[in-house]
Design a protein around this ligand. Structure first.
Ligand code: MN3
Length: 232
């Protein structure tokens, strides 16, 4: 999770520390004055980097239009609803108390920030080491894991996400509707996300049209296992 108020404050203090007024700032007062702000991570690769599996135009529209809109909209909701949570973790843990606009767009920001990180050019393959052991232990084999995850992605009716999560040391596969995620208190599937797949039509329709199965099966070629292992 990239942004929370504390990190933002750290950044702000760094800037002021360079000036002569640093000692005049009361960090507690500054902390209390800053609202939670959601931010869009920088895409870690070029729009065309995941070709031919995910086409450049889909990536560009997905990142610069869809994802950017979630950022704008959630920050509007945070201001309008006077949301005072200090970080995204608390925001999601209290989703049941949020407006639909805050919930849907907050989820949209987080889910896509996460999704970009778990993909990379020349990714995919069969993972080894810690993540392989964890998947074999939880699902029997890598192929069985892949089958179960693919099934979750295919059976999510309409828009949503497929997830691999770490729920207190136990790996689980499931899916969420719309922009919900496993960090939300209202989610049936709970845990720390390790891997996510966006199965909204906007993620694949330009290239794959109605063939979600082809999108999902090609997507395995861009999975960034180095990022997945970090969540273990
Ligand atoms: Mn999307």
């Amino acid at each position: 999770m990239k942004t929370n108020r504390r990190e933002f404050v750290k950044g702000a203090l760094k800037v002021t520390a360079a000036g002569a007024i640093a000692s005049a700032i009361n960090p507690t007062a500054l902390f209390a004055a800053l609202p939670l702000q959601f931010e869009q991570v920088k895409l870690p690769y070029a729009y065309n980097a995941l070709e031919p599996y995910i086409d450049a135009m889909t990536m560009e529209i997905h990142y610069s239009k869809h994802h950017a809109a979630y950022v704008k909209n959630v920050n509007e909701a945070v201001a309008a609803d006077k949301i005072t949570f200090e970080n995204e973790k608390d925001f999601f843990a209290n989703t049941s108390k949020l407006s639909a606009k805050a919930r849907n767009n907050g989820g949209g920001v987080y889910n896509h920030n996460f999704f970009w990180q778990v993909m990379k050019p020349n990714g995919g393959g069969v993972p080894s080491g810690k993540i392989a052991d964890a998947l074999n232990g939880a699902f029997g084999s890598f192929d069985k894991f892949k089958e179960q995850f693919t099934d979750a992605a295919m059976k999510r009716f309409g828009s949503g996400w497929a997830w691999l999560v770490n729920d207190g040391g136990k790996l689980k596969i499931g899916s969420t509707p719309n922009q919900d995620n496993p960090l939300m208190d209202i989610s049936e599937l709970k845990g720390t996300p390790l891997l996510a797949l966006d199965v909204w039509e906007h993620a694949y329709y330009l290239k794959y049209q109605n063939k979600r199965n082809e999108y999902v099966s090609n997507w395995w070629n861009v999975v960034n296992w180095d990022a997945v292992v970090k969540g273990l």
